[in-house]
Design a protein around this ligand. Structure first.
Ligand code: ADP
Ligand code: MG
Length: 724
């Protein structure tokens, strides 16, 4: 009888590194080869049109139809010259990932084929969007959705298709995607930060937020993947006993990259570079077959587009190399999961990083101002920030002993903590020294200009200051970073608005600006102290301590999602014009619904695996054992040793247990499905279905250890993780 696992292993061993062809020329020659960059636009579009376009884009104004028409002609010319036959609006629905609807560049007019791609096609498209989740928005407003050009992110080619980054909104204007509120949040932050910058530097006209993501992922051989229905359908292994050797020796981390993987990475990097994604680092991660890729940071909206693009390029390139890429946060239980650290900072048009210490006292006061306002925002909205990163898939990673804990806190490191402590205890005269020439000095000791190299790191912190930026480490590897980034941008924007109001009021009353700034910062340092934590985020003491400090310690994903609907959250999002109340409701609906669907698929898959893989193998083995007992009895009739030993009994017990648990899990699932709304369904899945899944898994994994290796049909952890 053939065993699919052995067939898969044979196929996997045959896979060799695939030859990679480097694009012609040097990196600078092929970087952004497939992108219609501003530079290239100059060749195809008249300068005065471009001046208008860039001015509108840079200042967040709507593009006029006439401009769009001219731009469209240029885009089509460039695209067709480079082999494009089709175009698509490329958008980011709430399902995650990206969506496309391809149209040809031509149309029929009076029976003849003519090439057409007008300003209208560039501007707006109506995807048949009824199947995208809207959380009830379209139903209540009876509005259809449409996608609309985002001119701030350049169009690009994938094969013969021109991709146009777009937002996806309802006809009534509500956002149905991640991009729309992300763009709104960068605008809100830009405005609020510029206002605060005016205390320090009048030259600042514009502030933008930067994102540098670090994408972690696993690779698995395609033949083995295909023999694991759970990986195929859910992206993770629902069972599998841990391998004798896993990550204990940490020998994979920063070790030599295996040849097949290296070929994949080079290919991936060439494709990413051609797509204008400035990828820079690649290395092994902690778990076997786990890797990471990171680009140079870019403006938030563009960087997020690039991350989504890279995720799809990864899948395509992996297939070419007979790999599958696993973007799931926790493909394997018991080994490290994958995250997507989001490095976040704010930068002025004058080139100043607002989260980096400066060269003079004003720049340092500015740095402290922004730093402390970020702390305040994270403190006030720690529950929301957690809600922005939770999902059915990230749930398995958070709080595990190798990932950020399910409590949001901020790590600052020793140096910055000391500066804040000094400020907290200093009097105004000690902190702000103004000499006779009206020059200001900060009396809190030195803030080294460069913190980057001497900032200590804390891998257990979900939100860490790393010298000139914050690293939001709790974001999941499969997530659209937009969800987390828009919450952070909006929270900080609102905080800066409140700060500005407070400062202005006191300046108007005649107080000196520097002293007011100091006084309010000092007040904030005290107010948000609870969010600062430099210790071990995995420890049980921290859980107790965090609860005492009033931080959000909820661990149930469906309940964490409630944070989107707290009065403070709604007010914050409305105040900053990032999301209105109905959009927030719809987002929660989608989050709960997606949670339910994912768990439903997993639980069904688990039932299937037990009934069709695990139990047949276990029963076959049991029959072998019983036959063995009979044979021994026949030969040595009265031999005591010919009875079932403990291991054999355990097989029988496991089999019985299994059959029972699957039935109970199915019952719990059916009951959950009958709940009246998405939130109650999600809660029921979390509280009643998940525990059965954990229990079934334990028993399946125990069986895997006992059953004859030759009978086991699912590729084992050691095979999935060590074959490359
Ligand atoms: P590490 O691996 O130690 O976290 P790296 O130097 O590899 O640090 O950087 C990680 C990510 O941080 C990269 O994506 C990088 O582009 C990004 N990054 C660096 N500086 C900034 C910044 N000022 N703002 C946003 N992201 C940044
Ligand atoms: Mg990092």
């Amino acid at each position: 009888m053939s065993n699919i696992r052995f067939e898969a292993l044979k196929a996997a061993f045959k896979h060799k590194p695939v030859e990679v062809v480097e694009p012609e020329g040097k990196v600078k020659d092929y970087f952004a080869r497939d992108v219609f960059t501003r530079e290239k636009m100059k060749e195809y579009i008249a300068q005065e049109i471009l001046d208008q376009l860039f001015d509108d884009v840079d200042n967040g104004r709507t593009i006029h139809r006439d401009i769009a028409n001219v731009v469209a002609i240029g885009i089509r010319k460039w695209a067709t010259e480079h082999g494009a036959t089709h175009f698509t609006h490329w958008f980011q629905p709430l399902t995650g990932g990206t969506a496309e609807k391809h149209d040809a560049f031509f149309t029929l007019k009076n029976g003849t084929l003519i090439e057409e791609f007008s300003g209208d096609s560039l501007y707006q498209q109506e995807p048949d969007a009824s199947s995208f989740p809207s959380g009830g928005i379209r139903n209540t407003f009876e509005a259809r959705g449409y996608s609309a050009w985002d001119p701030s992110s350049p169009v690009f080619l994938i094969g013969d298709t021109l991709c146009i980054p777009t937002v996806f909104v309802a006809y009534t204007g509500e956002a149905l995607d991640y991009k729309t509120p992300l763009i709104r949040s960068t605008a809100a932050l830009c405005h609020a930060a510029r206002e605060v910058c005016s205390y320090f530097d009048k030259q600042v006209k514009h502030v933008h937020s930067n994102l540098g993501w670090e994408q972690e992922y696993f690779l698995v051989d395609e033949a083995l993947y295909n023999a694991r229905p759970d990986l195929m359908l859910t992206g993770r292994t629902l069972m599998g006993h841990n391998s004798a050797k896993s990550q204990q020796l940490e020998d994979h981390y920063f070790g030599a990259i295996p040849a097949r993987v290296l070929a994949f990475m080079r290919d991936l990097e060439y494709e990413a570079l051609c797509a204008g994604i400035p990828v820079r680092t690649r290395h092994n991660e902690v778990a076997p077959n786990q890797f990471e890729m990171a680009p140079i940071y870019e403006e938030m909206n563009l960087s997020n587009d690039h991350n989504l693009l890279v995720m799809s390029i990864m899948e395509r390139v992996a297939a070419k190399h007979h790999f599958r890429v696993l973007l799931h946060e926790k493909p394997y239980a018991g080994v490290n999961g994958s995250g997507k650290h989001c490095n976040w900072s704010m930068e002025t048009n004058t080139g100043v990083n607002l989260l980096a210490p400066g060269k003079n006292p004003y720049q340092n006061l500015q740095f402290i101002t922004f730093l402390v306002n970020v702390l305040m925002a994270v403190h006030r909205h720690n529950g929301l920030l957690k809600a922005s990163i939770v999902s059915a898939t990230n749930e398995h990673r958070l709080g595990a002993n190798e990932a950020p804990p399910a409590i949001i806190s901020v790590f600052l490191g020793k140096q910055i903590s000391e500066v804040l402590d000094k400020l907290e205890h200093a009097s105004a005269e000690e902190a702000i020294i103004i000499n006779a020439k009206k020059e200001m000095k900060l009396g809190v000791g030195n803030i080294p200009e460069i913190l980057l190299d001497n900032t200590d790191r804390n891998r257990t912190s979900p939100f860490a200051f790393t010298g000139n930026r914050f690293e939001f480490r709790a974001v999941g590897s499969s997530a659209n970073c937009g969800a987390a980034m828009l919450a952070l941008n909006a929270a900080v924007a609102e905080q800066l608005m409140l700060f500005k109001e407070e400062v202005d009021k006191r300046i108007e009353q005649g107080e000196a600006k520097e002293l007011v700034l100091f006084d309010i910062i000092k007040k904030y340092i005290v107010a948000c102290k609870a969010i600062r934590f430099d210790g071990n985020g995995y420890s049980d003491e921290w859980k107790k301590e965090a609860a005492k400090r009033g931080l959000d310690c909820e661990t149930s994903v469906p309940k964490i999602i409630d944070n989107y609907l707290l009065p403070d959250t709604i007010q914050m999002f409305e105040h900053t014009d990032v999301l209105n109340e109905s959009e927030l409701h719809s987002r929660c609906e989608v989050k709960w619904e997606t949670y339910v669907k994912k768990l439903q698929i997993e639980s069904r898959m688990m039932g299937d695996l037990v009934v069709n893989h695990v139990l047949p193998a276990a029963k076959r083995y049991q029959t072998m054992l019983l036959k063995n007992v009979l044979t021994v009895k026949q030969v040595f009739s009265e031999d005591e040793s010919a009875s079932l030993n403990e291991m054999d009994y355990s097989i029988i017990k496991q089999i019985e247990h299994h059959s029972g648990s699957v039935e109970l899990m199915t019952e719990a699932r059916h009951k959950a499905n009958r709940q009246p709304d998405e939130r109650s369904k999600a809660l029921a899945y979390h509280d009643t279905v998940l525990p059965y899944m954990a229990d079934i898994r334990d028993h399946a994994d125990a069986l895997e250890l006992i059953v004859d290796d030759e009978l086991w049909t699912l590729p084992k952890y050691r095979e999935l993780m060590f074959i490359h």
